[in-house]
Design a protein around this ligand. Structure first.
Ligand code: GRG
Length: 298
């Protein structure tokens, strides 16, 4: 019953996100058509929308309005899509398959892919800086800062730089963790904190404990991603499976082995649920979403 309730909730958010993003993205019939088309192609009809789901679940914890959460969730998803487009380009991961379809630079061309990533990123900040009902300018500024820091040199882009430099290198577990906390973890952590910021302010200790949940979940998400890269096929994943080993990339599986990596993901999720205890029932959605992230098969 609880699982059914969660699946319905997830589906509802995924559908709302699709409508919100479709309405916010520029019209592909308007020039520059290739750019607008590429932005829509890469963003719409694809992806699990894990980061938007985290925004909504954290917003439920602080009683945030759905209207504001939709805008915040869309902003985070746009940053995520921009990172996927750029990551797939020949200068980085050089991949041809993403979300079950040709990557942006294959479906369009490299210059259009580069520009569409740039334009999605700036659109995200545009969305986040427009007035939101019941949210003070100071809180909104904190949101913009949270997203900027999670995306930039000290977050996702920095983590990606370390990742690119670590191909063929023997990273230690702490080094791998450091990289992933930046590359994947920072945006996941920001999604939770942004959702929470949209509602009734949390006390300092509550914020810290929620951030600990998000940090553990961000890492667990990556560990599961590494497991799935060896354990699932490209069709199920909608992206090329087995790429990490083919590219000689250090991963949790290459460092710990498959069985231990699975155990580690479950240890991280236990740690994450413990952090949610002070919030009791208000964190029910975040708990369910945590289970989904760790138990997913694609
Ligand atoms: C180019 C600045 C820049 C950063 C790229 C996020 C990232 C950094 C690269 C993506 C490569 C990758 C496979 C990372 C592992 C974790 C991850 C982000 C997986 C993709 O996210 P999902 O599973 O994808 O949420 P969907 O398609 O469901 O949204």
């Amino acid at each position: 019953m609880q699982a059914e309730n969660f699946s319905l909730w997830m589906l509802g958010i995924q559908q709302d996100m699709e409508h919100t993003l479709a309405a916010l993205l520029p019209d592909a019939a308007h020039a520059p058509r290739a750019l607008h088309g590429a932005m829509r192609y890469s963003t719409l009809e694809g992806g699990k929308r894990v980061r938007p789901l985290l925004v909504y679940a954290a917003g439920e914890l602080t009683g945030a309005s759905e209207k504001n959460l939709a805008r915040i969730a869309a902003a985070v998803e746009l940053i995520h899509v921009y990172s996927l487009i750029h990551d797939d380009m020949p200068c980085m991961d050089d991949d041809v398959l993403r979300r079950g379809k040709a990557t942006c630079h294959i479906a369009f061309d490299e210059a259009t892919a580069l520009l569409s990533g740039d334009a999605l990123q700036t659109l995200a900040f545009d969305l986040l800086s427009q007035p939101m009902d019941g949210i003070s300018p100071a809180t909104q500024l904190a949101m913009v800062q949270t997203l900027a820091r999670a995306s930039g040199h000290a977050g996702m882009a920095g983590g990606q730089a370390i990742d690119l430099a670590s191909v063929g290198q023997a990273l230690s577990l702490p080094e791998l963790e450091y990289m992933h906390l930046m590359k994947t973890g920072a945006l996941i952590r920001a999604s939770v904190m942004l959702g929470a910021l949209a509602g009734t302010p949390l006390a300092t200790d509550e914020r810290a404990t929620l951030d600990h949940f998000a940090k553990c979940m961000g890492l667990a998400f990556q560990v599961v991603d590494d497991v799935l890269d060896v354990d699932a096929d490209s069709q199920a994943l909608g992206k090329t499976a087995g790429k990490d080993a083919a590219n000689d990339k250090p991963t949790y599986v290459s460092l710990m082995g498959l069985a231990r990596a699975r155990e580690f993901a479950s240890e991280l999720s236990s740690d994450a649920y413990t952090a949610l205890e002070p919030f009791a029932e208000k964190a029910a959605r975040l708990r369910q979403l945590g289970s989904y992230i760790v138990e997913r098969s694609f």
